[in-house]
Ligand binder design. Structure first.
Ligand SMILES: O=C(O)c1ccccc1NCC(=O)[C@H](O)[C@H](O)COP(=O)(O)O
Length: 213
């Protein structure tokens, strides 16, 4: 089985970015959502994008954002991928893909098999589905360190590419990859020492665990 690609989400400092690159992560996620403890300003994103250039792909994370906000982030952070983490419909995903000419990833909150079945609606509209844990009402829609029953997506064979997120840590990611065969794994709070504070050592340990799985 090929090694899963790694995305480290919620990067907001050059130190965390360098740790992700050293760990051979393929994707650095920048959160553009003011309610998140990982939110980056356009100026911060521009600085990180400059440092990342040619070394790691940049994913911008949005929650029901409007086109103007997305356009500003695309330009500041030279984004490669738009990750939609709100209530975006397949039509909205397709619209953004056409407008910006970038890959679009849709996060899908999962708590049951019915949630996984919703993935099919995004065929032809998004490029990748990120199965993530459903979070409680009123909480942030991601980055909460919650996981779901991985058996629901084990060896998922669907009409588009997919990745696994939600509560992944250096301690459990090898088991998650082995059980699900996920082609991509995404972590945020699992590699932090406090909400929004990335830990270099935990980023290194997470990446090493994925490469060894
Ligand atoms: O990270 C956030 O603060 C965030 C806020 C709002 C929507 C999504 C958010 N993060 C999404 C991610 O890509 C996370 O990597 C994913 O939900 C997994 O998070 P975690 O369980 O903390 O690893």
């Amino acid at each position: 089985m090929p090694t899963a690609a790694i995305k480290i989400c919620g990067i907001s400092t050059p130190i965390a970015l360098e740790a992700a690159i050293r760990g051979r992560a393929a994707f650095a996620g920048f959160v553009f959502f003011p309610k998140s403890p990982r939110n980056v300003t356009l100026a911060q994103a521009a600085q990180l994008a400059e440092a990342a250039q040619g070394r790691i792909s940049r994913v911008g994370l949005f929650v029901d954002a409007d086109d103007t906000a997305i356009a500003e982030a695309v330009s500041a952070a030279r984004l490669d991928v738009l990750q939609l983490h709100g209530q975006e419909t397949p039509e909205r995903a397709a619209q953004l893909r056409a407008r910006f000419g970038l890959q679009v990833w849709k996060a899908l909150p999962v708590a049951s098999a019915d949630d996984v079945a919703r993935a099919h609606a995004y065929a032809g509209a998004a490029d990748l589905l990120l199965f993530d844990a459903k979070t409680p009402k009123g909480a942030l829609p991601g980055g909460m360190g919650l996981s779901f029953d991985w058996r629901l997506v084990a060896h998922w064979k669907g009409p588009l590419a997919w990745g696994l997120a939600g509560g992944l840590t250096p301690e459990n990611v090898a088991e998650a990859v082995t059980l699900t065969g996920a082609p991509l794994v995404d972590t945020s709070s699992g590699v932090e020492s406090a909400p929004g504070v990335k830990d270099e050592g935990r980023i290194a340990a997470f990446c090493a665990a994925v490469h060894a799985a």
